[in-house]
Ligand binder design. Structure first.
Ligand SMILES: Cc1cc2nc3c(=O)[nH]c(=O)nc-3n(C[C@H](O)[C@H](O)[C@H](O)COP(=O)(O)OP(=O)(O)OC[C@H]3O[C@@H](n4cnc5c(N)ncnc54)[C@H](O)[C@@H]3O)c2cc1C
Length: 820
């Protein structure tokens, strides 16, 4: 009985921590619990008094603001200032660029779901939909990816002209400058549809609408630059590229050695102030055909022609193609992708100050400009390409797995193939939700630096996994390249998306959690800012406020992790319907886990966490999967909670939950301070690891969705080019699917009658079966039609050997040379 007051104080504290009560509420609740429970339970007065005294000694000083600040916060502030890692100027720029959206809620450990579900449903305008149904459909019809990737290694002239004429390169440019001024969602829809027919086409359209001269001029250009260049970029008179990367500066882009010296020089016959540039760039998309080159370089002013500063910093310039000394036009060959990509060089090229983006005023601001714009482009181009690619892969593979028969069965019916189909369907659902969520964030005016890194990494990684599965299900049909192969090029070029706009290993290891932890954490950035306030009294007050909010936050996350772990996350308020409520609750649990473990890692490892990339990467995985799962739930709500989509949602959700659990487990197993890891494990997994991967039964349901026409499959195929034109094998195969399914029972009837047939010829056998009455005349016609079409779809290409020897074609066979 005498322990009851203590137990009551602990229970009240746990409840207050779970519900995030403030210090005063906790103090009052603690005393109230001690006295009420003590009296009701008949505890000895001394037990009540001693418990109240101990609780009071702990809680009351914390409530005395002056005492707390001087005796507790002030020494902690001193320690904090010593141990807080120094943030480099580059990191500061990255941290300060961008906004925090719903990902901040996920990092808070207690997401406010109304903020997600209250966001408007992303929708295309009528004009955007008309563009998708008109010019986009038309250019898809004109596209022959084999011609592009093999025969021409370029888009044919009529497609270049069409893209320019219809302003595909001006989707981000406002109407006042002659552009289309499309929403991010519309850009995404356009790229997705193009990607389904040709990756080279979608990359060519994506780049001018992503980070490059157009975007940079819109934000930082002088009025004169905008008035001149934007209309020309909108209608394709200028083809832009943007050159940052060089041989020694890849991922570490701020280390570019390219330089420009401020000096006077000749520009169109006049002596003007400008910059003499020397640079060596590679991998630059559209460079071989670009007429306007955006260039990043380090600017120096040794003669102080602009002011006191000698090293001005990274600066961005626009170089017209005809500038004297520019070496441009050669091509790289990125994994048989035929979009234009190549190196460019320049030595002592002179440009006037008016060619700096934003003019001389913006000299030295280049890195900030790039980072500020990067999140927007990264949120759209690569996730959209991944989304378009996997959707086409899902539709194609579902249809192919139904029409391709082995061992007398559609291959998609074999459990091994079902597994691959389930991954294709589940990942496609996740990627498309993720891609739409980041585009919608841009349309809400956010600069989603953390979500864009999540989307870039996960959409391309899952996309690569889907490309693998698509190939495996297609067997030899996927391997043999040619006009009939719709899977091989996407598989070949998957590593390009992994590499560009921040190579994936670095994006996962450094950026997602590295930026997310500081940007999205409700207190860390504010603490850093408070610790830098010059006036001591103000600094102490601000730091005290953030520090104690942070401590309360950490205790709350520990309590929530424990309670939600012990109850298998089956309690607590959550939105959704009876199907999805449990998903929201599970995310509540993992959000609390992430907040707890991330806080502990930051507190215990401090600056060293920056170099513990594997831990940082796994924490990023938890944040990413929370974000992806939230995007999927929002998609499900936006689409009116369609019952038919539940298997896709369930598969993808369980996959996310499984990944989150494994990532947390990985952090705890590798956490260098072992006692802390044991304690965290007890709070995060009090009843062990309970998540399992999606079940085979669920996988079977997802595979079935992909293998027959149905509304869930149609929704998954949104913005996919499926018109059954001559150039679209997948569209035609998809159109045949109802007949393939209708033919299945007839094939079974035919198979039963086979024993009575005398002919060996397939066509004659059908006639015989009809004569015997095993199948009707109509059924025979259907089988003939489906078999003929199937033969066409399972066919692969073959070539005259000389056709494949491009060197022979050009009279420089390497074989002949080596013989000689
Ligand atoms: C097809 C294509 C198109 C491109 N288009 C353009 C363009 O238009 N303009 C432009 O300027 N650039 C462009 N790029 C360049 C692209 O952005 C770079 O390739 C990219 O930044 C990576 O640089 P890198 O290839 O030199 O790899 P490296 O920097 O050499 O990296 C190699 C590996 O090391 C990893 N890594 C590096 N540092 C770290 C770290 N700190 N922690 C963990 N892992 C790390 C990377 O993730 C990567 O996996 C393009 C590249 C390609 C292939």
């Amino acid at each position: 009985m005498n322990w009851f007051p203590l137990l009551a104080a602990l229970a009240a504290s746990l409840a207050c921590a779970y519900f995030r009560s403030n210090l005063r509420t906790w103090t009052i609740a603690g005393f109230a619990a001690i006295f009420t429970v003590g009296v009701l339970a008949g505890s000895h007065w001394l037990a009540i008094a001693l418990t109240a005294l101990a609780f009071g000694l702990l809680s009351v000083p914390l409530n005395l603001d002056d005492f707390r600040r001087k005796k507790i916060t002030a020494p902690l502030l001193g320690v904090y200032q010593k141990i807080t890692p120094q943030i480099s100027a580059t990191e500061r720029t990255a941290l300060e660029a961008g906004t925090v959206g719903f990902e901040g809620e996920l990092f808070s450990g207690k997401p406010d779901w109304s903020k997600l579900l209250g966001q408007p449903k992303p929708e295309l305008s009528l004009e955007e939909q008309a563009f998708l149904d008109g010019p986009v459909e038309e250019v898809c019809r004109m596209t022959d990816d084999w011609q592009i990737t093999h025969e021409l290694a370029d888009l044919p002239p009529e497609i270049w002209d069409f893209l320019k004429k219809k302003k595909f390169f001006g989707m981000i440019i406002p109407k006042q400058y002659g552009g289309l001024e499309f929403s991010a969602l519309a850009q995404s829809a356009v790229l997705q549809k193009l990607m389904g027919i040709s990756g080279s086409l979608s990359s060519t359209v994506g780049v001018p609408n992503s980070l490059g001269p157009g975007e940079l001029l819109l934000h930082y250009g002088t009025q004169e630059q905008r008035d001149y260049y934007l209309p020309r970029l909108a209608d394709g008179r200028e083809i832009p590229c943007f050159a940052l990367t060089g041989p020694t500066a890849g991922s570490d882009a701020t280390s570019i050695p390219d330089y420009g010296i401020v000096c006077k020089g000749d520009w169109h016959g006049a002596q003007v102030l400008g910059v003499r540039l020397t640079f060596d760039k590679r991998y630059i998309t559209l460079a071989p055909v670009a007429s306007l080159i955006g260039l990043a370089f380090q600017m120096h002013d040794p003669e102080h022609l602009l002011g006191d500063k000698e090293h001005i910093g990274i600066t961005l310039a626009l170089i017209p193609r005809d500038t004297k000394g520019l070496e441009i036009g050669r091509r790289h060959f990125p994994l048989n992708g035929a979009f234009q990509n190549g190196p460019l060089h320049g030595k002592d090229i002179f440009i006037p100050m008016s060619q700096l983006i934003g003019g001389a005023d913006m000299a030295g601001q280049g890195w900030r400009m790039l980072v500020e714009c990067l999140s927007v482009g990264r949120a759209i181009t690569l996730p959209s390409n991944a989304s378009g690619g996997v959707k086409m892969g899902a539709i194609a593979t579902g249809a192919y797995a139904r029409l391709r028969k082995q061992f007398g069965m559609a291959i998609g019916r074999f459990e091994g193939v079902e597994e691959a189909l389930a991954r294709i369907g589940g990942h496609s659902y996740a990627i498309t939700a993720l891609s739409k969520a980041t585009a919608a964030a841009v349309d809400r005016g956010e600069k989603p630096s953390v979500p864009s890194a999540i989307a870039k990494y996960h959409a391309t990684e899952l996309g690569r996994a889907v490309a693998n599965d698509v190939m495996d299900v297609h067997g030899g049909k996927g391997v043999q390249l040619g006009p009939n192969n719709y899977a091989g090029r996407a598989y070949q070029t998957a590593p390009i998306a992994i590499t560009v706009e921040g190579a994936n290993i670095m994006t996962r290891s450094l950026m997602i959690f590295g930026q997310g932890a500081i940007r999205c954490h409700p207190h860390v950035l504010k603490e850093m800012q408070a610790a830098q306030i010059p006036d001591y009294a103000t600094r102490l007050r601000a730091f005290d406020r953030e520090l104690f909010a942070h401590i309360g936050f950490a205790i709350s996350n520990a309590a929530r992790s424990l309670v939600l772990g012990l109850t298998f996350a089956k309690i607590g308020n959550a939105p959704g319907d009876k199907y999805t409520r449990r998903y929201y609750r599970k995310l509540n649990r993992y959000a609390a886990n992430l907040a707890l473990v991330a806080d502990s890692a930051m507190l215990l490892l401090g600056g060293k966490l920056k170099f513990k990339e594997s831990l940082s990467a796994r924490l990023g995985d938890v944040l990413s999967n929370l974000y992806i799962a939230s995007a999927m739930l929002k998609r499900y709500e936006d689409q009116g909670r369609p019952v038919a989509d539940q298997p896709l949602l369930a598969w993808a959700f369980h996959d996310c939950a499984w990944r989150m659990q494994n990532a947390l487990d990985g952090v705890l197993r590798n956490f260098p301070i072992r006692p802390a890891a044991w304690l965290l494990r007890a709070l995060v997994f009090p009843l062990g690891r309970r998540e399992v991967p999606p079940s085979d039964r669920l996988g079977h349901r997802v595979a079935s969705i992909l293998m027959s026409p149905n509304e869930a499959r149609d929704r998954l195929a949104e913005w996919t080019y499926l018109t059954p034109n001559a150039n679209n094998v997948v569209g035609r195969m998809n159109a045949l699917l109802p007949d393939v399914i209708a033919a299945e029972p007839i094939e079974r009837k035919f198979a039963k009658a086979r024993g009575q047939l005398t002919s060996l010829d397939a066509a004659a056998q059908l006639a015989e079966a009809e004569q015997l009455g095993a199948i009707t005349a109509d059924e025979r016609k259907l089988l003939e039609r489906v078999r003929a079409a199937t033969a066409e779809f399972i066919a692969v290409d073959d070539f005259d050997p000389a056709e494949l020897q491009s060197a022979v074609k050009h009279g420089k066979s390497p074989v002949l040379r080596s013989v000689a």
